[in-house]
Design a binder for this molecule. Structure first.
Ligand SMILES: Cc1ncc(COP(=O)(O)O)c(C=O)c1O
Length: 440
């Protein structure tokens, strides 16, 4: 009996040893003698990483077409309607300096004064290490701009969405978002563990279908849209989204990264564009890095929402506070936006002019409404890259948007307008584009 047991034990041991030599069926390589597993070399090298290989492929494609890398261009001064790149002043359509306030002497002065008063870093989380007066001033000014109870600023716009969605929502919740929503909201949604579904771009009916079908299966439901979509330059039908979220008792969050400072007579964003009461949107989000000439992001809304995030959102609680010299210029930019509404008017005029002229020349501008962002869809990534390169040679800086950022047939040049662009500059640019397009 005991001999039989010993035999079984020996067989089991042999089988176990053999299995551990083969490794699990999906393991990257066999286990080596002595415990440490031997792994295929490609899993140990960064140059085998799919991300690196994608970059290498793009570079090789550009090299074969004789194009220079369109990314990481060095701007040698302030990037506004014009910018000095490679030692040459060029027309610039690749920056979000919509109101021309980055580089404004008064905004620069605010940054310098803040450094002089508070040094260059607040060194730790505001929760534990304390804040500077400028934090509260900026947050109050943002809350006033939205006519809501409170606002909180984070050190990055991207981190704002990651932390807000990641903290507020959980596994029993549902996040419904526009299919073109920014990466920061997607990452936040993934982090939250909530169920995530997208609906067709700018389609409140598609949202309605999802809400009708799924609302009852979840606790909290959050709908996320943007105020102005930066790939297409179009806006959502806000009143219809508000109506849908109200009927289904969901929250609505609007990312105003590109719409605050741009939409509405006074630049107050999507709510001014549609003249809706501020409380109709539960979570207003925006960045300081675009019209507001700084860096960072904010959430504006009711006191309870903001207080929750201020005490508990990981990207706020466990991250350093905005440095004073970053908060101060954004506050100065916001004040200047209020004091000089003609900046917003000029931005509207020049954007509309660009759109009209581009359409008159037969360019495909997609669904852009002509507010700071106008794409020219050219239909293939190599053509978009080549046109961007040709325009750069002609003194015009505009970024190509290539597959996979957009579907291949929607590859485009994306023009960002600033209130400082002139009609002559737009004419010059569109003429150059027409010539480049006509060149085989
Ligand atoms: C819609 C949207 N949300 C959030 C962000 C992130 O903002 P930031 O670049 O200020 O971190 C961006 C950046 O471009 C954006 O376009």
């Amino acid at each position: 009996m005991s001999q039989h047991r010993d035999q079984i034990k020996a067989q089991l041991l042999a089988r176990t040893r053999q299995r551990s030599r083969q490794g699990p069926s999906n393991a990257p390589g066999p286990a080596a003698e002595g415990g440490a597993s031997r792994v295929a070399e490609r899993f140990t090298r960064f140059d085998s990483h799919p991300g690196y290989q994608q970059i290498a492929m793009m570079r090789e494609g550009a090299r074969r077409l004789g194009l220079t890398d369109p990314f990481f261009k060095v701007h040698e001064g302030t990037a506004g309607a014009t910018s000095r790149i490679d030692g040459c002043e060029r027309l610039n359509f690749a920056s979000y300096n919509y109101l021309g306030l980055s580089g404004d002497a008064r905004v620069n002065r605010a940054a310098c004064d803040a450094v002089a008063s508070y040094g260059t870093s607040v060194s730790a989380s505001r929760v534990v290490s304390g804040e500077r007066p400028i934090h509260g001033e900026l947050e109050r000014a943002l809350a006033e701009a939205y006519a809501v109870e409170d606002a909180v600023v984070f050190v990055s716009g991207h981190a704002t969405n990651v932390s807000t969605l990641g903290y507020l929502m959980g596994p029993k919740d549902l996040i419904l978002h526009d299919e073109y929503i920014h990466n920061s909201s997607l990452v936040g949604a993934q982090l939250s563990g909530a169920k995530r579904m997208s609906f067709a771009h700018n389609d409140p009916e598609a949202l309605e279908v999802l809400l009708t079908r799924h609302r009852h299966q979840f606790e909290r439901v959050l709908v996320v849209i943007e105020g102005l979509y930066s790939m297409d330059g179009d806006v959502p039908d806000l009143p219809r989204f508000i109506d849908a979220k109200n009927r289904h008792q969901a929250w609505l969050m609007v990312d105003e990264a590109h719409s605050f400072g741009v939409l509405g007579e006074r630049g107050l964003g999507l709510r001014e564009h549609y003249d809706v009461p501020p409380g109709d949107v539960d979570i207003w989000m925006g960045t300081l890095s675009k019209a507001l000439a700084g860096c960072g992001g904010y959430i504006a809304g009711c006191r309870e929402l903001v207080e929750t995030l201020r005490y508990l959102a990981p990207g706020f609680l466990y991250s350093v506070g905005l440095p004073a010299q970053v908060a101060a210029p954004s506050l100065a930019a916001l004040e200047l936006m209020h004091q000089e509404p003609e900046r917003v008017q000029k931005l509207h005029d020049i954007s509309r002019y660009f759109l009209e002229q581009a359409k008159a020349l037969g360019f495909d501008t997609g669904s852009s409404i002509g507010a700071a962002v106008v794409p020219v869809i050219v239909g293939s990534s190599p053509l978009a890259a080549r046109l961007s390169h040709d325009l750069f040679q002609r003194g015009i800086n505009v970024q190509p948007i290539l597959h996979p950022a957009v579907p291949e047939k929607s590859a485009r040049l994306r023009f960002f307008l600033s209130c400082e662009h002139t009609r002559e500059q737009i004419d010059q640019t569109l003429d150059a584009l027409a010539t480049a397009m006509a060149t085989p």
